[in-house]
Design a protein. Structure first.
Length: 171
């Protein structure tokens, strides 16, 4: 069975191509700022972006190796729907056990942590350099998300560190 759609007008085509850029505009305008540096401040945060299909970064001993949003089934995650953010975590320290205790994003009303398809109060990241697969579920998103858009997601750790990643929606 083959599914076809009506041909798009030039205006519709340009709009669909510009939509991911327009969605990123508020992020580019407001920017991101790090904090701290003084005595008692959490360890520095490092954000890596070698792969356009994932986001990665480090806060303290916790390394987020991969963070990504699967492609939407209908070309767009609609306002009010839920979105899953896949996470691969690793602890780079052999002496400091840590946990992801919460998540937040400006594009969802609530973020829940899950592992093995079960809701969790936290995600443990043991000190064994073993990768941990988990997810953050975004509930009631406030705007449509299309492939190519990056969603800011902040993960907070039990150690007091936090890490904000620009997580891509895959196509």
């Amino acid at each position: 069975m083959r599914i076809t759609s009506e041909p798009r007008t030039l205006r519709e085509t340009l709009l669909w191509r510009a939509l991911p850029l327009l969605a990123l505009l508020p992020l580019l305008v407001t920017g991101c700022s790090g904090g701290g540096g003084g005595k008692g401040s959490p360890p520095p945060v490092t954000v890596f972006d070698p792969n356009p299909l994932t986001a990665s970064g480090r806060a303290g001993s916790v390394f987020v190796r991969e963070a990504w949003i699967p492609p939407p089934a209908a070309r767009v995650y609609r306002t009010g729907s839920g979105v899953v953010v896949n996470l691969t975590l690793e602890n780079l320290s052999r002496s400091a056990w840590d946990s992801v205790v919460s998540g937040s994003t400006p594009v969802a009303s609530r973020v829940a942590l899950t592992q093995y398809s079960l809701g969790q109060d936290f995600i443990s990241v043991p000190d064994e350099r073993e990768r941990v697969n988990a997810a953050a579920q975004l509930f009631d998103i406030s705007r449509p998300l299309v492939p190519g858009v990056r969603v800011p997601i902040t993960l907070r750790l039990r150690s007091g560190s936090s890490l904000t990643l620009q997580v891509p929606v895959r196509s």
